[in-house]
Design a protein around this ligand. Structure first.
Ligand code: 7TS
Length: 417
């Protein structure tokens, strides 16, 4: 996730053209043009190894997990639990008991809000977030505040989109019970100093949840090195299917938390008088899980590691630096989010053109960017704008994609004369 890579530095041995061939969807024509996909921060595309792993599972191994003695149920269970072990290794977690499969980041954060925070917090307690969070890392905490009477505190950012670290530290106090912070901002691309944040929060006795939705596709995450208490991410932003994600939680915390949802899978015994709960991690996985999604997630982790997470990150950093330099030269373009440390996201406005119009014209050129508030309305309010256009990069983007974006923006400027 290095930001200061010169666009002119010699390219490393990263073959984006070869990577592109792994993603069949990138051969799509959109409005008569070859697709330029610059919306990976919203959802990345899936490579053939992921598509094939899902197809292979669905074709040959599907049955419900954990319940059957028959061969297919055992095959499905071993595929599903194999994916859990894969995720454990991916994050360097100590145990598979710390890996909860969820629908995605949103569900992971809600689980912690309802199962960790809600039963423990009350009036006088504080939850500390930052001003650049995605709604998924704001609203669940507001709900807990309504439910328990605890208070939400928000650490400010500066005009570059960086966390004001001293102000953040000043907001940490004896009442702070939990810090919930993005690893990388989806609207601005800012990389936050999460290790430092974890250390400071722990020094005040607070637990830390890191929203890693925008970090896992672009950096190696080691939950033990980071020392975070909870780490949440979605599969679909890291080349896996939708509807699957991971909540990592420190085992002693998860063990002390009550189940969030009740149903099958999460119990050991049920009678009308008394139910006993399953052990970790299944205690938090009520109902039939997304088995093929987990299989796809495991394959996506294999894929990302086969490319080399660091090599992907370095490639994306080069593209970001190139695009930043190119867009800064276009009259009327204002970059939103100019932090010293950024990953893969370039938000901008063009004077006199609403972001949605800009996005629509780029689409006529086959270029997919996201426009709007990016589920970070407080960030837009802070910058005094309704929306930005956002180009975001994945392992398959190329310098040609950047050139097409720049040409497309030239077309937008022609249209709006
Ligand atoms: N946290 C961050 C930092 C995100 O970027 C997102 C999704 C979420 C949480 C929620 O993830 P989900 O998979 O549960 O939906 N971000 C975006 C985005 O930037 N554009 O569309 C979704």
């Amino acid at each position: 996730m290095a930001a200061n890579v010169s666009p002119f530095s010699a390219p490393e041995a990263y073959d984006a053209a070869r990577v592109r061939r792994d993603f069949p969807i990138l051969a799509t024509q959109v409005n008569g043009h070859p697709l330029v996909y610059l919306d990976s921060a919203a959802s990345s595309q899936r490579p053939l190894p992921v598509l094939r792993a899902v197809e292979d599972y669905e074709t040959h191994s599907h049955a419900n997990v954990h319940r059957g003695v028959h061969a297919l149920s055992q095959a499905a269970t071993s595929a599903f639990e194999g994916a859990r072990e894969r995720a454990r290794r991916f994050l360097n977690a100590r145990s598979i008991r710390e890996i909860i499969f969820v629908r995605g980041t949103t569900e992971a954060i809600n689980l912690v809000a309802q199962s960790y925070a809600r039963p423990r917090f009350g009036p006088g307690d504080e939850i500390l977030i930052s001003a650049l969070e995605h709604h998924a890392n704001i609203v669940p905490w507001q709900m807990v505040c309504e439910q328990t009477g605890c208070t939400l505190k928000v650490a400010p950012i500066n005009r570059r989109g960086e966390l004001l670290y001293e102000e953040f530290e000043e907001l940490l106090g004896p009442r702070t019970r939990l810090v919930a912070i993005a690893h990388v901002s989806n609207a601005l691309g800012t990389v936050l100093p999460v290790k430092r944040i974890v250390e400071a929060a722990h020094a005040h006795g607070a637990v830390v949840l890191v929203d890693g939705a925008q970090a896992v596709p672009h950096s190696r995450v080691d939950v033990r090195a980071l020392d975070a208490d909870f780490y949440a991410f979605s599969g679909h932003k890291m080349y896996a299917p939708t509807g699957i994600g991971v909540l990592y939680g420190r085992e002693e915390l998860l063990a002390a938390m009550p189940p969030w949802q009740g149903g099958g899978e999460m119990i050991l015994t049920v009678s009308f008088d008394r139910t006993t709960y399953n052990e970790l991690p299944w205690k938090f996985e009520a109902g039939t899980p997304n088995i093929s999604g987990a299989v796809g997630l495991g394959a996506a982790m294999d894929y990302l590691e086969s490319l080399g997470v660091e090599a992907v990150a370095a490639h994306e950093a080069r593209l970001l630096a190139l695009a930043t330099a190119e867009l800064a030269r276009i009259p009327g373009i204002e970059l939103v989010g100019t932090a010293a440390s950024k990953a893969s996201v370039l938000s901008f406005t063009l004077a006199g053109v609403h972001a949605h119009d800009l996005g629509t014209i780029l689409d006529t050129e086959g270029i997919a960017v996201r426009t709007g508030h990016h589920c970070a309305m407080p960030v837009m309010t802070f910058f005094g704008i309704p929306a930005t256009a956002r180009a975001s990069f994945g392992c398959y983007n190329t310098e040609d994609d950047v050139a097409r974006l720049v040409a497309g923006l030239g077309r937008v400027r022609e249209v709006f004369g």
